[in-house]
Design a protein around this ligand. Sequence first.
Ligand code: HEC
Ligand code: HEC
Length: 218
Amino acid sequence: MNSLLSNITKVISGLCLLGVVTGDLLASDTYQGYLLYNQSCFLCHGDDGKGHGPLASKLDVNVADLTNGDGLRSRTGRALFQLIQGTVRHGTSDAMPQWGLALAAPQIDAIVSYVKFLQKSSFELPGDPELGEKVYKNKCVACHGRHGEGNGPLAHVINISPANHTDSNKMSTFTNKQLIDVVTLGTSGKSLMPGWKNRLSEEEIKGVVSYIRLLSNY
Ligand code: HEC
Ligand code: HEC
C-alpha cells in the first residue's frame, strides 16, 4: 500500500508539472453543445428544450418542442443539422433563425449532439455543468482521463479500471442519486474510487455529475 501511495503521489506531482491536470480539457461535443445551446437556443426553446424559453411567449408562432415535437425524435443527426443550419426550411414561420449564418459546422454538430441528449436522456441535470467541468479537470482526470474515457495517467501505473464516463449505455444505468452518492462516498471495498465528501461541496458534486452526463456524444 505504501508503494502504491508513493506511486500515486509521484504521478500526481508529475502531472502537475506537465500541466496535464490543470491544462485544457478537450470538451465533449455534447458539453460544447450545451454551452452553445444556452447562448443561442434557450431564449426560444427553453432550458429543457420544450419550447417555453423567455422569448417564446413574445413570438406569434409556437416554438418547436425539441424533445418531442412532430417526429423530431426520429430525425437523423444529418436532418437536425440541416434544420439548425437553415439549409433546409422547416415549418411555416421565419422565427427560427438560420444558424448557418452565425455558427460553423463543428459548432452545429455539437448542438445536434446536445439536442439528441435532450431527446434521449431520462435524467435532468442536477447541477451546474460549468462548475462541474472545473471540478472534473482538477480532481477526476488523473484517473478518468481528459475525455472521461477511464484512461487517465494514474490508470496506467496502478492497477485500476476507472469507469468510462463517455459510455452512455453504462452511465444511463445510474440514477442521478446513485452518481451523487458514489462521488460523495466513493466505492466500497478494495475498489479505488475515492469519496469526495469533505473535499467538494454538494453543489460541486451535483455539478460534476451534470458534467459527467454531458460527456457522452450522441
Ligand atoms: C427566435 C427564436 C428561436 C431561436 C433563438 C431558436 N429557435 Fe429553433 N425554432 C423556433 C421556432 C419558432 C421554430 C418552429 C418553426 C416553425 O414550425 O415554423 C423552431 C424550430 C426548430 C427546429 C425544428 C423543429 C421541427 O419540428 O421541425 C429545430 C431542430 C430547432 N428549432 C433548433 C434550434 C436550435 C438548435 C437553436 C439554437 C442554435 C434554435 N432552434 C434557436 C424559434 C427559435
Ligand atoms: C484514484 C483514481 C480515481 C479518481 C481520482 C477518481 N475516480 Fe472515479 N473511479 C475510479 C475507479 C477505479 C472507478 C471504478 C470503480 C469500480 O468499478 O469499482 C471509478 C468509478 C467512478 C464512477 C462510476 C461508479 C461505479 O460504480 O462504476 C463515477 C461516477 C466516478 N468514478 C466519478 C468520479 C468523479 C466525479 C471524480 C472526481 C471528483 C472521480 N471519479 C475521481 C477511480 C478514480
